[in-house]
Design a binder for this molecule. Structure first.
Ligand code: 5GP
Length: 122
């Protein structure tokens, strides 16, 4: 799948659409999800044009990967989520219902999140 320069997160990165920014550095931008599913729900996106976690893992440079992972950790820390706990998640492709074709990590927190997958979902 080739990268769509008009996806919503590309527009946010270019400043064409506003976001509720919580962090930005050379490698990553973090902003609050427009439809939060937990009291804290933040998205962290790399600045480069990567469609998904698979695309990012295959093509991003070591510096981009390291910078991005450090940014995810810093955002969760700065949001005060380390002590209570949090969940990070990335959807890739159709079975995971990825909606936006620019790689992003969800950070969920602010409540007991329950178990990741219910036994009945196996
Ligand atoms: P996905 O299903 O691709 O992993 O998640 C996409 C996420 O992006 C969803 O949680 C959705 O609410 C969020 N989202 C979609 N459009 C926008 C937007 O314009 N701004 C923000 N902040 N979040 C968005």
């Amino acid at each position: 799948m080739s990268y769509d320069e008009n996806n919503i997160f590309a527009k946010i990165l270019r400043g064409e659409i506003p976001c509720d920014k919580v962090y930005e550095d050379e490698h990553a931008l973090a902003f609050r999800d427009i439809a939060p599913q937990t009291p804290t729900h933040v998205l962290v996106v790399p600045k480069g044009p990567y469609v998904s976690s698979d695309d990012f893992a295959e093509k991003a440079s070591d510096a981009e990967i390291a910078g991005f992972v450090r940014a995810v950790g810093k955002v969760a820390r700065d949001l005060g989520l380390v002590a209570p706990g949090y969940r990070i998640l990335a959807n890739h492709g159709a079975d995971a219902h990825q909606e936006v074709p620019h790689f992003h990590i969800h950070i969920f927190g602010g409540k007991d999140l329950g178990r990741m997958i219910k036994p009945a979902d196996k």
